[in-house]
Design a protein around this ligand. Structure first.
Ligand SMILES: [Zn+2]
Length: 67
């Protein structure tokens, strides 16, 4: 992830934490060039998958990702 302060493309993750429902991860990053810290958020791009079953029953499926 690009540093917002110096533009260096390399940073390391110093802390990561999921939100309560597990849909996003907040990462604290530290630039390896200037040493400043910034926060990024990681979310799953896909919306939950809707599977249409017989008789038009909609079942919301939750996709689980393992980190
Ligand atoms: Zn930097």
């Amino acid at each position: 992830m690009k540093c917002i302060y110096c533009g260096c493309i390399d940073s390391k993750v110093v802390d990561s934490r999921q939100n309560e429902d597990g849909t996003s991860i907040r990462r604290r990053r530290e630039c390896i060039s200037c040493g400043k810290r910034f926060t990024t958020y990681e979310t799953v791009e896909n919306t939950p998958i809707l599977v249409i079953k017989k008789e038009s029953t909609l079942i919301l499926m939750t996709v689980r990702f393992f980190y």
